[in-house]
Design a protein around this ligand. Sequence first.
Ligand SMILES: Nc1nc2c(c(=O)[nH]1)N[C@H]1C(S)=C(S)[C@@H](COP(=O)(O)OP(=O)(O)OC[C@H]3O[C@@H](n4cnc5c(=O)[nH]c(N)nc54)[C@H](O)[C@@H]3O)O[C@H]1N2
Ligand SMILES: Nc1nc2c(c(=O)[nH]1)N[C@H]1C(S)=C(S)[C@@H](COP(=O)(O)OP(=O)(O)OC[C@H]3O[C@@H](n4cnc5c(=O)[nH]c(N)nc54)[C@H](O)[C@@H]3O)O[C@H]1N2
Ligand code: SF4
Ligand SMILES: [Mo]
Length: 905
Amino acid sequence: MTDNDQSRKSILRRDFLRLSATLAGATAAGSLLSCAATEPSSPAARDQLLEQVRSTRLNYSRARAVPTICFGCTTHCGVIGWVEDGRVKLIEGNPLDPNSQGTICSKANGLISATEYPERLLYPMRRVGPRGSGRWKRISWDEALGEIADRLRPLRENGTPERFVFQYGRDKTKGFSKRFTDAFGTPNRLNRRSICSSSRRAPLMSFYGRDFEWESQDVENTQYVLNFGGNPMEAYQGGMFMRKRLMDAKVDRGAKLVTFEVRPTATASVSDEYFAVNPASDGAIALAMAHVIVREGLEDRDFWDRWSTWDFAEMSAHVASFTPEWAESESGIPAATIERLAKEFGAAAPACCTMSNRGSAKHYNGMQADRAIRMLDVLVGNVGKPGGFCLSTLRGWNNRYGQDGLPVLSQPAPKPASPSPWKPGTRQFETLAPEIQERVRNFPQMWQDKYFGELATPSEYPLSWHWYSMRVGQLVYPYIKEGRHKVDLYMSYTLGAAYGMPEANLAREVLADESLIPFHVAIDINYGEQASLADIVLPDATALERWDAHSNNNYGLRPYTGIRQPLVEPLGEARPAQIIWRDLARLIGGGMEQHFDFEDLEDYYREWYKNLPIDWETFKRDGIWYDDKRPLDYELYDRAVLPEHLVGAETDPDTGVLYQTKGGKRKAVGIMQDGRAVQGFPTPTRRIAVYDPIFPLAADHVGLSLDDGNASPIPTYHKVPEHKNLGVDDYILTTFKWNVHTQGRSAYWKHAAEIVHTNHAMMAPETAVRLGVVTGDEIDITTYRPKGVAYRANESDPVGTVRNRVRIIPGMHPRVIAQAHHAGHWEHGVVARGGDTAPSGGSSGMAANTPGRDELSRQIWWSKERGGTGGGVAINHVYPINAAPLVGGQSWFDNVCTVSRVDAV
Ligand SMILES: Nc1nc2c(c(=O)[nH]1)N[C@H]1C(S)=C(S)[C@@H](COP(=O)(O)OP(=O)(O)OC[C@H]3O[C@@H](n4cnc5c(=O)[nH]c(N)nc54)[C@H](O)[C@@H]3O)O[C@H]1N2
Ligand SMILES: Nc1nc2c(c(=O)[nH]1)N[C@H]1C(S)=C(S)[C@@H](COP(=O)(O)OP(=O)(O)OC[C@H]3O[C@@H](n4cnc5c(=O)[nH]c(N)nc54)[C@H](O)[C@@H]3O)O[C@H]1N2
Ligand code: SF4
Ligand SMILES: [Mo]
């Protein structure tokens, strides 16, 4: 190819991208139009339709462009909202964002749908019927906050603040809610990271240290990507940041993408090679690749010896037994293929990287699978190299990983102190069950110092809170049911547990039980399944109406930050959650109020960002601050230790690790390499902990057999116990995310629901033949409770059955049945319910008289009433609670199921 050809190709590619960006925008705007485009049967309806079209059309010359940060999914792209006549009309990408580089996906405009949804929550509401009955009355903010404060105050005054339990899903207030729970004094800040990514993050934090809980592969410059079960073209935390970079790397630079999956995703479709693997076998493939790399001498020995904690000879002996032939028998991928791919990966080093996500990690053996995958990067020495597995300073601007001269950004003072750990002798400790007290007493000091009771720090899962507060969200409800923790007031925020947790029926049962949860406050923007089980519902301002601080790891490999700012005033009486907590703190009093001494959220965030090298107005105008003068974050580990960390530092003569003692605490700050004091990695050894003794240590303390793969200090493979003796009629039930939807919260975004509104059970053609079904047939899927897992909600077997329709997908693994998340709602309004005006699991009575709802119902052309599919089926009651040992990550993709055809009568 000539230079000319090359540049023409890039130009064509650029034009294509520009065109597709325009089309993406147009699709979003177009869908707004199409919301209105329904059967203009009468002249009046037609006029109304035209008016609606006119009012949604954006007049660029009159509109104001305001940058903010998208909240459409976990990726958090910088976006620009076009505001006209007090409404946001269109959302586009912000080209100043170094992560998203000006791109957005179709979900971004869902923020407008969420804001303008006719059935949106606009007023505080108090339950009037039994909990869950759907009977509500509108109340004033004073009444709502007054009642909540009156219930909370005595808990604090009586010294039992822990009976206030706060659980969040996507909290992007970045520490504001913690300010509230800390000031209150409760350690029970719970999340649901374990059902999301904890088993994916733990291996990273073990290898590289807590500051690198997420990587930033240099996809832009890579030559080769080995992807184990990530779906960046449709989902993925940071998928948007990879999408354009991956396509540029592939099209402009001929990079190769190889994907291991169980179904043909969009990522698989743009991959050069896609393999449907046996479920939960990714770790076997990775170890066999390590075997080939070592056997062929493709490793970067110098990098390994310098940076890994594991002796090369011992590692070689370990991987020797994981042959490609063995991996073929585990994974179904031919040995010759594994061998070829390993050699290609090794040959591309250091411009190569691994990628993985829930597909590899959310299994009983997933934590070790990800450790095996991560080891491949260390072996070929691509870590921190151009085109390699890079680590940017996550929350770089907080400067936790010692970058030189970065502005320090932090919450305004006075910040409240965090609650104290529950140690033997404290009142809280003495309330624990004797066997739990015993376990905690036996913990090493480092865990005793972090123990805050069974909800926040479940003692059976010490690694869930060892590196970072990941918690074990799916156990919160069963633990409350078991009486492990007494709750007086439960507050949920951005959380859809009643719909999206595994065994969501158990979550609902506990949420509905007033003896277990006497009072439930839900802070939400929409009346979903979670809010339907509350006593008071508080309407939050949407992401287009509020402030939030922003932080992400940086795929542009330079520190950056952004700001979420209000584009429009909150509708109705909605209020930003921060204002809700401020006002509650003032009402509760007792000193809490001193941490909430601000009138305006803008003042609060201005103070937070006061050390940015640009002024506040410029920051608001750009929406993003990016330090483009800095060297890229390559080989951070090789940078000199900061001078302030060298003061009084001592070197351990055996390991070369540099320690500094500050305030009586000894901390590793760097490592000597070739006579230089360099930073290394923020792990205790300042090296990459490919060998990490924390796993057997944790196992030992919770009584997990050291034969269990989860207990291994080195990356290993162990078969999922319940997959060992699969019968011929057993299948594996999996689940996934659609590109146009986001979790449980987008089903009512009409443009998204028009594209995808159901969730058929997907299966390979050969599976359908075995079962004697064709697309559209009904089947019953029954799941069974996994044997031998650390926690079992109860011993009953099976878990449940879901009736769904078949959709045949060529290219799927024949053992796998896959059902998408997002569909099957019975709340979140009439769009989410696929036109069903009579919800099955409780009633959203509050919405019955919402203006515009009838019109909205008429527009749902996919409703069952009109012969369509309706809104799909709720599936989460059949996914068993299945917390893998130590880290507690939910094994979403291991479920053994049987399938039977529902014969037509
Ligand atoms: N469009 C969209 N984007 C999102 C989200 C969303 O809801 N919608 N949610 C965000 C969130 S919270 C998350 S956690 C991320 C999730 O991002 P991803 O992890 O990339 O996506 P998932 O769909 O959760 O699961 C990944 C894939 O694992 C596959 N899989 C199942 N079992 C196996 C296996 O044994 N081996 C392999 N190799 N693959 C397997 C499934 O088929 C599925 O496609 O996406 C984020 N981005
Ligand atoms: N079957 C199946 N289940 C899954 C998954 C799967 O792939 N398949 N994925 C799992 C994963 S990875 C995750 S992360 C979880 C997600 O589970 P959840 O954290 O429960 O996330 P959502 O379902 O998005 O629900 C969040 C709630 O937040 C509300 N909300 C949205 N925006 C705002 C806002 O701006 N302010 C406030 N206050 N509330 C808001 C929504 O209305 C909704 O009620 O689901 C898990 N469940
Ligand atoms: S990927 Fe997520 S954050 Fe980015 S534009 Fe789409 S919805 Fe918004
Ligand atoms: Mo997630």
